[in-house]
Design a protein around this ligand. Structure first.
Ligand code: IFM
Length: 450
């Protein structure tokens, strides 16, 4: 059988602390903005929260053993900042370090490379109370946290990711209020963009000062933006949205400059040498991608433009279009185009595909199986797009399925199942879906199974 993916390709799955760990109040963990937000009535579908989630905090050994059974060789997880520094800074909480240390040892014992994400949205509430990402002081605090993690774990972990999807948590957290901390305030959103960029730069410096033996980059959620109609307003809105969604972090971090229009807007917050600090010659770019984004002009949005929210029909498409349970279109060509755009526009970097996947209304059938054929078809198509990009010169090094386990999908609670392993949220029992076995075959043969 022909080998179609490169020899040392990393096959992994990704998760995030708040979405899976549970143990919300254990071992001196502090409160994060997601603890606050999810306990605020009306913010989350069915008022659900991540207090227990999949209970991975106590079941990580079982989960890693399931990863090993299909020979995943990489696992991307995030560290809950509040387990390490319950109030965001100060004295290190040894119990938090111990948890991640045990997790990493267990991964290595199972021949799985850990990929650490430092920030996947669960900011310590104590730091939010001081302004969160809108307050410039956070850049130093994030660098200090990064350094602690690098010092503790770089002996065993090679890969560090500073942020997960800064565009998502800044737009939805500070501009439209859909996610924690729930602000709708452009005066908070604009400095937030710059401080995240600056935090990335300072974090990379701190990580590299702790160890020379690591690879570090940022994970960006990027997607081709397409207008929802041919109206002049929608065409203009699409350009605006593309700038904020796709370029406000990729350009400064990977090209050393902001797009011109954004630069004008951020001018008040940019100080001498900031741009140099942000541009750190990263080792790789992490790409999370799910679909293209249809954009429309929207005067009620603070940008005057918006893409459809999750669970909302994408603008300009037929009501009966075939969508995933998130309301997302299946467009593998958009994945191909996005990867090639990174290759051509950002200097042909090493690309780690750090998330891709889909939610469907999975059920356990009478034989105790989960026949998630739609998900398998999705993976087949999207992996073919990856392969095509590799054949056309993109330096893609990994593919991480989102997600390993069904989990807490932020404002949408537990209904949207993304896992290749099904979780019964009452009993917490894990049941591998058919897509899990699809990955087993894929990894065994290095070939997309029929
Ligand atoms: O669940 C999220 C994840 O936390 C970040 N990327 C997209 C996923 C699906 O919405």
């Amino acid at each position: 059988m022909a080998e179609i993916f490169p020899k040392n390709f990393l096959w992994g799955a990704a998760t995030a602390s708040y979405q899976i760990e549970g143990a919300a109040n254990e071992d001196e963990k502090g409160k994060s903005i997601w603890d606050t937000f999810s306990h605020t009535p009306g913010k989350i579908k069915n008022n659900e929260n991540g207090d227990v989630a999949t209970d991975h905090y106590h079941r990580y050994k079982e989960d890693i053993s399931l990863m090993n059974d299909i020979k995943l060789n990489a696992y991307r997880f995030s560290i809950a900042w509040t387990r390490i520094f319950p109030n965001g800074k100060g004295k290190v909480n040894q119990k938090g370090i111990d948890f991640y240390s045990k997790l990493i040892d267990e991964l290595l014992a199972n021949n799985i490379k850990p990929f650490i994400t430092l920030y996947h949205w669960d900011l310590p509430q104590a730091l939010q109370d001081k302004g969160g990402w809108a307050n410039r002081d956070i850049t130093k605090i994030f660098a200090d946290y990064s350094e602690v993690i690098a010092k503790k774990f770089s002996d065993r972990c090679e890969y560090f990711i500073t942020f997960n999807e800064p565009a998502v948590f800044s737009i939805h957290g500070y501009l439209d209020g859909y996610m924690a901390p729930g602000y709708k305030d452009k005066n908070k959103y604009l400095p937030t963009i710059h401080h995240i960029n600056l935090s990335h730069g300072q974090s990379v410096q701190a990580i590299r000062s702790a160890s020379s033996n690591i690879k570090v980059g940022c994970t960006l959620n990027m997607a081709p933006c397409i207008p929802s109609s041919t109206n002049k307003e929608d065409l203009e809105a699409t350009k605006v949205f593309d700038t904020y969604w796709n370029r406000s972090f990729a350009d400064p971090m990977y090209l050393g400059k902001y797009p011109e229009k954004l630069f004008q807007e951020l001018n008040n917050y940019i100080r001498t040498d900031d741009m140099k600090t942000i541009y750190q010659n990263n080792d790789f770019i992490g790409l999370n991608h799910y679909q293209h984004i249809r954009v429309k002009s929207d005067k009620n949005n603070l940008l005057g433009a918006r893409g459809a929210f999750n669970d909302e029909l994408p603008f300009g498409i037929e009501k009966d279009a075939k969508l995933t349970l998130m309301g997302w279109e299946v467009v593998p060509d958009a994945y191909y185009n996005q990867i090639m755009e990174l290759k051509t526009h950002y200097g042909n970097p090493d690309i780690y595909l750090t998330e891709n996947g889909c939610a469907y209304p999975d059920k356990i059938d009478a034989n105790g199986e989960v026949q998630d054929t739609d998900r398998i078809n999705y993976f087949r198509k999207y992996l073919s797009a990856v392969k095509r990009a590799i054949d056309n010169g993109a330096k893609v090094k990994s593919y991480f399925a989102w997600s390993f386990l069904d989990n807490f999908e932020w404002a949408l609670g537990y209904e949207k199942r993304f896992g290749i392993v099904y979780v019964d949220f009452k009993t917490l029992k894990r049941t591998p879906k058919n897509s899990y076995y699809f990955f087993k075959k894929l990894i065994e043969n290095n070939f997309i199974p029929n």
